[in-house]
Structure formats: structure tokens, C-alpha cells
Ligand binder design. Structure first.
Ligand code: SF4
Length: 288
């Protein structure tokens, strides 16, 4: 039905439908499920996301390796004290993204969106806009389908793997998926969703994958915190009327080429970037 962003955009325009509506129709066809069954299934996904995004806010969740954790609670406490630099919405969004990352690093249940390493971005983005605009769960489920449509296009035409394309392919794509969903959820048009998806990917094009000791913890959680903010600002840029000079499909192609041009040391091998610093090596020695 669609493989490229251009095709999805065309379908939306021809049928005067939102991205989520086209993606849901495609899913109904592919899975042979009814609308109600699909909504029910995605509702369960949303429940897991809500749980992971909030479980580490009021108690310290420490990773299995014990080298990270407790930062979601720190951010939540910081927000609750007031007088933050960035304001409640930004701090709260970062806390929620960190929460899911910490649940992931402690072997809790998360939804890979598109991967476990980048799993904090989409849940936090959706819950943040839900809280600000008082959205219903049904609307958020539709947002998940919008995000899924964007993720599917990237997976088909490029990569969503840090080992293949660096962190731009994980946290970058998660931000891109979230940005498109946010635009739709707050009433933006389909073109604006694609502009937002493009901005989020362009903003961190070239981001390497260099986890300390090869564990999906540091800098992964930080990149989830910044990733959700990337999604929110990309959505705001697009809704304000800022347009991407190039179409989403070309951005995806560029991301793929940049990923392929990255040396292996910067693609989840823990042999480059911050993983290869003296301190990064020391953590590796201690843990392994
Ligand atoms: S640094 Fe690598 S492992 Fe960590 S979130 Fe990014 S892509 Fe995933």
C-alpha cells in the first residue's frame, strides 16, 4: 500500500485522511484484524508504555549492571521543587523518557519503538502531549499508528538498528516517529507531520552508537531524554509553519548513507566514541 513517505502522503491527500487512518487500514488488511481488535491490541501497547514511562519517577530504578539508574526520579523531584531552567513540560518529558530507559536497563517490560535502546522517546512524547492537551487514550492509540507508519517507512528503506546506522537510526528514528505523531495529535496537517519527522532526523544526523561497555545504558538514557525534546521541538517547528527543504524520503536516504559511512567502531561495538575513552574502558574492564 505504501513503502515511501511520498506514497503515504499521496494516499492521505487523495483520501483526505490522517496518517493514522491510512496505517490502520493497511494494518487491518495485513493482519486480517478488525478496527476494534487492532485498537485493543495497540491499547495494550500503550498501557505498557504508560507504565514504563512512569514507574521510575517515584522510586529509584537501578540497572542490572548497577552503573546507571535513579535519574528519572532525580528529574521528577527536580521538577517538583520548581524553578527549573526549562520548565515543567520539558523536565517532565525528560523524566518520563529516562523512566522507560531505566525500566529497560533493569530488565523490566518496555515496548521497542523502534528499538529497546530508544524505547523512552515515543511513550514520553505521547504522554506529554496527552497531559498538555487533555487527549484521550483512543487519540494516543491513533498517534501510535502514525508513529508506526513513519517507523515502517524507515525500516523498509534504511535501518532502525544502531549496529547498522548508529544512534541516529535508533533515537533519531524514535524522535522522528514521535514528532509526526505529535503533529497529528495536536491537529496539524499531514505535510506538517512529515516536516516534523524530517526535522527530528536531520537534527541528530550522524549521531554515533557508543554505549559504555556495550550496555544499553549510558549514553542511551541521556539520548532518550534529549530525543523526546527533539521530537517536541520538531513538532512545534512544523506546526509553526517551518518547512523542510527536502522531502522525508531523502532525509531517510541520507540517514542510511551516513550510517553506512560510519566506521564499525561507532556502530554499537563499544570500540569508539565515549565507550573508548579511558573511563569508558575502565567501566568495561570492571564490568566484564
Ligand atoms: S547509543 Fe546505541 S545502543 Fe544506545 S540507544 Fe543509541 S543506538 Fe541504541
Amino acid at each position: 500500500m505504501f513503502n515511501k513517505g511520498e506514497e503515504l502522503l499521496k494516499l492521505c491527500k487523495e483520501q483526505n485522511k490522517k496518517i493514522s487512518e491510512i496505517v490502520i487500514e493497511k494494518e487491518m488488511k495485513d493482519s486480517n484484524m478488525s478496527y476494534e481488535e487492532l485498537m485493543d491490541k495497540m491499547g495494550k501497547v500503550l498501557d505498557i508504555m504508560k507504565n514504563s514511562a512512569t514507574s521510575a519517577l517515584d522510586k529509584e530504578v537501578i540497572s542490572v549492571s548497577k552503573i546507571t539508574g535513579g535519574n528519572a526520579k532525580k528529574m521528577e523531584d527536580y521538577k517538583n521543587k520548581g524553578n527549573t531552567i526549562c520548565g515543567d513540560l520539558i523536565i517532565s518529558a525528560m523524566a518520563k523518557a529516562l523512566s522507560t530507559s531505566e525500566i529497560n536497563a533493569s530488565m523490566g517490560k518496555i515496548v521497542a519503538a523502534p528499538t529497546a535502546g530508544a524505547s523512552g522517546i515515543l511513550p514520553s512524547a505521547l504522554i506529554t502531549v496527552k497531559e498538555k492537551f487533555n487527549l484521550s487514550d483512543k487519540e494516543l492509540i491513533h498517534g501510535l499508528f502514525t508513529a508506526a507508519g513513519i517507523g515502517e517507512i524507515v525500516a523498509k528503506n534504511a535501518t532502525i538498528s544502531g549496529a547498522e546506522g548508529g544512534c541516529q537510526a535508533e533515537c533519531g528514528v524514535a524522535s522522528s516517529m514521535a514528532a509526526a505523531a505529535i503533529v497529528e495529535l495536536v491537529g496539524g496537517d499531514v505535510e506538517s507531520s512529515f516536516h516534523a519527522a524530517s526535522f527530528a532526523l536531520i537534527n541528530i544526523l550522524g549521531l554515533v552508537c557508543d554505549p559504555i561497555a556495550g550496555l544499553v545504558e549510558f549514553p542511551c538514557a541521556l539520548r532518550n531524554a534529549s530525543g523526546v525534546i527533539n521530537a517536541l521541538i520538531s513538532a512545534d517547528l512544523a506546526i509553526a509553519g517551518v518547512k523542510s527543504l527536502l522531502p522525508f524520503d531523502e532525509v531517510v536516504d541520507a540517514m542510511y548513507k551516513v550510517g553506512k559511512a560510519m566506521p564499525e567502531s561507532l556502530r554499537e561495538t563499544a570500540l569508539g566514541g565515549i565507550a573508548a575513552t579511558p573511563t569508558g574502558e575502565e567501566y568495561k574492564r570492571r564490568l566484564l
